[in-house]
Write a protein that binds this ligand. Structure first.
Ligand code: IVH
Length: 666
């Protein structure tokens, strides 16, 4: 492929990928499968690798640009980020509008009613169309610089479309997709990690990550609903903002209502309530805002919030239903979780028949008994939770629940670790655990073996074709052919997928092993600190505990796992099967030090090594390489025959260094 055709294809791929990002995250209406998306993305990444001069900072491949931070820098908001007065009462909404009428006598007062997105408030600055920074609200005057993390939100344009204004500060809410949240929590439960209580907490947790590559794995989206500083565009009314945002490619609410009376406002609030469950993100209310900016100015602010807006919050929907039974679910790490088996009931948009009860203590605290009429609420609209019981409706036949002394799947006596609430089955051969361990190993977040879903794994475990993860690599076409619903084609595909998984990076294997308390973050940290699996297996607790993101509990758990002879045998069989046990990520974090960490580079001209190789030297030391020179560039590394980029660097006063100087820096 010539550089010219590559450039055209790269452009095409970028706009296709951005459009799919919008459809997936913004409109919740994807038109291609995840796999097809991954293929487009891979094609783009490959082309950019082949033609590094085509890489630009706003390419979808450059969303995870930087390396982990030590702490967040601070950003002072040029206009304060205030919050709103909240109310649960329709009467107070009516009073709000009547107050407006008093404060603006003889004026027509139009308000806009829009969804109150339940996420984390952010402020983003675009300068001449390019994302400059993203900040949290913080205390309203100063927030955290979370640019690296916000860049990973795929529906967010890194460069605005059309003709952007000179300066545009947009304010909005980062949220987690409802369907992505449930999946994330399921994965965390499997990894023995604490659950997020609701999508908002999960969003906040994701934005607080110092390592943007973790944020990038979280299903985040963003919606904008306001502005801070704006230069170069004249807005008279809030309702004009929606069209402007759309034109610039910035996600905004699709539904909003215009109202000019109390009745119209309440009508809009009710209508929003009936449709908000279908939105891809969570909403906890409606925001009512005066439309005209001139009127807003007349109304002004109280000490903490504007007089021109109010947030009406919907009460969480609660329903009553019968608790038929409490069943036990056995997780991958052997944790026994009591689950409520409920008379199916419709709440907040879907039918619920199961709800987690967390643990025995929780059941006792709420005094939940089998046969009770229980009160179910969708906490944060998504996870059903039993929030209480109607003790007044008891017949006397209700039964208290006791955690079983034996694992319901294998009959082994359960144990309770000191200081922990969870009860566990410690039989590593327990069929329920084996099934879940295999599912976890093959899952997308771990070894990513396509086709290894629940149904296949259940059959493999039942027929004892797979007893541990190493058995996966002993599967043959004959063995797979015995299973139900596996034709020749799918067997061939499964074998290809298994073969491919052998070369996954070490952190995926570590995560896939399913060591108690070892999630993705710890797995990545381990792969960065040990050159291979043997070094990790032989590490002392002391060594392990020193690693950030590992600590005492996790360190002990890792040691325990590798001290178990059965686990060591599995590893030996994985080695014999040809899995990759070396860490490509070794040293990546530790190397993030010295003069290069946190700096931004552009490489141009002919150098002694391919640009890719040089770029790797920079990124391995915590620097960032981009494709075009801007004021934010710290260094331009110029080889022979450097052209326009060198010129641009000189114009902007960016420091230019030679390869010799660069080598000296290393
Ligand atoms: S307008 C001066 N509009 O809810 C403050 N806020 O409880 C202007 N929020 O601080 C905020 N959706 O973090 C506005 N459509 C929306 C919103 C929204 C969610 C958040 C925001 C705000 C908080 C107020």
């Amino acid at each position: 492929m010539t550089a010219k055709t590559a450039a055209t294809r790269v452009q095409q791929l970028r706009s296709e990928i951005e459009a799919h990002n919008r459809r997936y995250y913004d409109e919740a209406a994807p038109t291609i499968s995840d796999r097809e998306y991954d293929e487009l993305y891979r094609e783009l990444a490959d082309l950019e690798k082949q033609f590094p001069e085509l890489v630009t900072p706003d390419s979808p491949t450059q969303r995870v640009g930087g390396s982990p931070l030590k702490e967040f820098a601070q950003i002072a908001h040029r206009l304060p980020m205030l919050s709103l007065d909240n109310t649960y009462s329709e009467e107070e909404v009516a009073e709000f509008y009547r107050r407006l009428e008093k404060l603006l006598p003889n004026q027509q007062i139009a308000v806009v009613v829009e969804p109150k997105v339940d996420g984390v408030a952010v402020s983003l600055l675009y300068e001449r169309g390019e994302l400059r920074y993203a900040a949290t609200r913080g205390d309203g005057s100063v927030g955290d610089d979370i640019t690296q993390n916000v860049r990973t939100i795929r529906a967010l344009p890194l460069r605005l479309r059309g003709t952007p204004p000179e300066l545009l500060e947009v304010r909005g809410e980062v949220y987690m997709l409802k369907r992505g949240f449930a999946k994330l929590n399921a994965e965390r439960a499997e990894a023995g990690l604490p659950q997020f209580a609701n999508p908002r907490n999960a969003t906040a947790g994701s934005l607080k990550q110092l390592d943007p590559s973790i944020t990038a794995t979280r299903p985040l989206g963003v919606i904008f609903y306001g502005t801070g500083i704006v230069e170069g565009v004249d807005l008279q009314k809030h309702s004009e903002l929606f069209a402007l945002l759309k034109r610039l490619g910035l996600p905004a609410t699709e539904r909003w209502w215009s109202a000019s009376s109390v009745d119209e406002i309440l009508h809009a609030i009710h209508e929003l309530d009936t449709m908000r469950r279908d939105l891809a993100y969570e909403t906890d209310g409606a925001v009512v805002k005066v439309d005209s900016f001139a009127q807003r100015e007349q109304l002004g602010f109280t000490s903490k919030s504007p007089r021109w807006a109010i947030a009406y919050k919907y009460a969480a929907e609660r329903v009553e239903t019968k608790l038929h039974d409490i069943v036990i679910q056995v997780g991958r790490t052997g944790t026994l979780t009591p689950v409520a088996a409920l008379e199916p009931v419709f709440v907040s948009g879907s039918t619920v028949s199961r709800a987690t009860l967390h643990n025995e203590e929780e059941i006792e605290r709420k005094d939940i008994r089998i046969g009770d009429t229980v009160i179910v609420e969708k906490a944060g609209e998504v996870i059903p939770a039993v929030v209480g019981v109607r003790a007044d409706l008891r017949s006397g036949n209700e039964k208290r629940f006791r955690m079983p002394k034996k694992c319901p799947a294998c009959g082994t006596e359960v144990v309770k670790d000191e200081g922990q609430v969870a009860v566990r089955c410690i039989n590593a051969q327990c069929p329920a655990q084996v099934r879940r361990r295999i599912e976890h190993f093959a899952s997308r977040g771990a070894m990513d073996i396509e086709g290894f879903g629940e149904a296949l794994v259940t059959q493999l475990v039942e027929r004892q074709l797979v007893r541990d993860v190493a058995d996966i690599y002993a599967l043959t076409a004959d063995k797979l052919g015995e299973l139900e619903r596996t034709g020749e084609k799918s067997v061939a595909n499964l074998l290809i997928a298994i073969e491919r998984s052998k070369s996954r990076p070490l952190w995926r294997l570590i995560f896939g092993l399913g060591i108690l308390h070892v999630g993705v973050t710890a797995s990545r940290a381990l792969a960065a600190n040990f050159r291979d699996l043997d070094a990790l297996m032989n590490a002392s607790i002391d060594e392990l505990q020193k690693i950030p993101d590992v600590g005492e509990v996790v360190g002990r758990s890792i040691r325990q796992f590798f001290d178990e002879p059965a686990n060591r045998q599995v590893i030996e069989r994985l080695r014999a099967a040809g899995l990759q046990l070396q860490s490509d990520d070794y040293g990546k974090r530790d190397a993030a030090s010295g003069a290069i960490v946190g700096t931004s580079w552009v490489i141009t001209g002919t150098l002694s090594e391919p640009r890719d190789a040089i770029a790797e030297l920079i990124t391995a030391r915590g620097g960032k390489v981009t494709g075009s020179v801007s004021k934010k560039t710290n260094y331009v590394l110029a080889g022979n025959d450097a052209g326009s980029k060198l010129e641009k660097a000189k114009q902007l006063g960016v420091r230019v260094i030679s390869e010799d100087e660069f080598r000296a820096m290393l």
